[in-house]
Design a binder for this molecule. Structure first.
Ligand code: TYM
Length: 381
């Protein structure tokens, strides 16, 4: 039965107040249960990333199947990506940090797709030189997160047309227009490159199998907005004799303007970019971060704040305060009124700026090693 809702999530637009439990039903994914988390921690020496513990990654496809295969000795590889249409922002850190953690824990290979073609096709205002510029810029942020040089390949779509195209057409042949229209909301004026595109995003989920000449399980960590691509992909791949890719999917880092929707670069005042300087971060949080506090200090001391609608608290919970006990204390103090909005914002500003200071240093160093990560144009397999 179709699930009624007043929000919408596709890879190209998120609107309304996303109800993640309803989204699970709407998309037909499965919740990440305690049982699955216990299975993961069996392989990681009991360690469980706080984004898994806290339900930031809340839903999946075939994670249990992937772990069954792993138990049978079939190693999986990881696949994730970026559409380079702007500078990278805090929201992108969620799937990428999880991917890095999984790579460290499971020793997995990673294919990181950079879909400059997608952004060229989907955004009227961008030409190929813009998407190339953003691709090279965004790759610095990706490398700065510390992925293994030996186990990671970054695949820029327009540099790898050969391996992508040959596999994409096999997939595209099995997808009809009404399927992509329903999944992405396309209409009569959508350009045909964009209609074809999902078959390009599907390719890395079979690439290891193509190269190895046998099925290799694939796990894709991503924000929940990307699920429609992989729903379509999963329907098609068995018809071509491949495994369906498994996925784990995260909630969105909300924009500074309020806890509904997704942070996106289209609204710079609601977004912290990974290249923002400390003063800009401070200004944006102080000026734009929606507060769950009371209008006056007196009222706040008496009534306390509401962390559920407070963007600063939510950012600490989703990414910036990994320590559960510290987070709990912040939440308790905020609710009781002991912690004021300004103080909560200062905690977040400090956390973001100390993260960005180190990140930006690593980002500069990444310039020297870019070539080591790029998939060779000679890869003709
Ligand atoms: P893109 O560039 O829009 O986003 C990259 C990744 O970041 C996630 N994301 C977010 N996660 C949490 N909070 C947010 N506010 C937020 N904004 C974006 C996205 O879900 C995504 O995981 N078509 C893709 C590129 C791509 C890809 C992939 C992504 C190609 N292959 C495989 C994931 C997995 C895109 O434009 O992502």
């Amino acid at each position: 039965m179709p699930v009624k809702s007043n929000f919408s999530v596709t890879p190209y637009s998120v609107s309304g107040n996303v109800d993640y439990q309803k989204l699970i039903k709407k998309f037909g994914t499965k919740p990440i249960t305690g049982t699955l988390l216990r299975r993961i921690s069996k392989y990681t020496g009991g360690d469980l990333h706080f984004m898994l513990r806290r339900g930031v990654f809340f839903t999946h496809r075939d994670l249990g199947w992937l772990l069954d295969r792993y138990d049978q000795g079939e190693k999986f590889y990881l696949y994730t990506g970026r559409g380079p249409s702007e500078r990278t922002h805090i929201g992108h850190l969620i799937p990428w940090t999880m991917t890095k953690w999984l790579q460290d824990k499971f020793g997995s290979k990673l294919i990181f797709q950079i879909t400059d073609d997608e952004k060229f096709l989907s955004d009227e205002s961008l030409d190929l030189s813009d998407t190339r510029r953003y691709a090279m810029d965004n790759i610095l942020d990706i490398i700065a997160l510390g992925f293994s040089k030996k186990k990671t390949e970054i695949l820029i779509d327009t540099d790898n047309a050969d391996i992508l195209y040959r596999n994409a057409i096999r997939i595209a042949k099995k997808i009809n227009y009404s399927t992509v229209k329903a999944a992405f909301g396309f209409n009569e004026s959508t350009n045909i490159g964009f209609i074809f595109y999902t078959s390009i995003q599907a390719v890395p989920s079979i690439l290891e199998s193509v190269r190895e000449g046998r099925n290799v399980p694939c796990l894709i960590p991503h924000g929940v907005d990307q699920d429609p691509h992989f729903r379509v992909t999963r329907d098609v791949l068995p018809k071509l004799g491949y495994y369906k890719p498994a996925s784990i999917q995260s909630i969105f880092v909300p924009p500074l303007s309020g806890v509904s929707g997704k942070m996106s670069s289209s609204d710079p005042n609601s977004t912290i970019f990974l290249t923002d300087d400390p003063k800009t971060v401070e200004m944006k949080i102080k000026k734009y971060a929606f507060s769950g506090g009371q209008p006056t200090i007196e009222e706040h001391r008496k009534l306390g704040g509401n962390p559920d609608i407070d963007v600063s608290f939510q950012w600490l919970k989703i990414f910036f305060e990994p320590d559960d006990r510290k987070l709990q204390k912040i939440e308790d103090d905020y609710k009781s009124g002991a912690l004021l909005t300004g103080e909560l914002k200062s905690i977040l500003i400090e956390k973001i700026n100390s993260f960005l200071e180190k990140h930006q240093e690593r980002r500069e160093k990444a310039r020297d090693v870019i070539q080591d990560f790029l998939v060779s144009r000679e890869d003709r397999k």
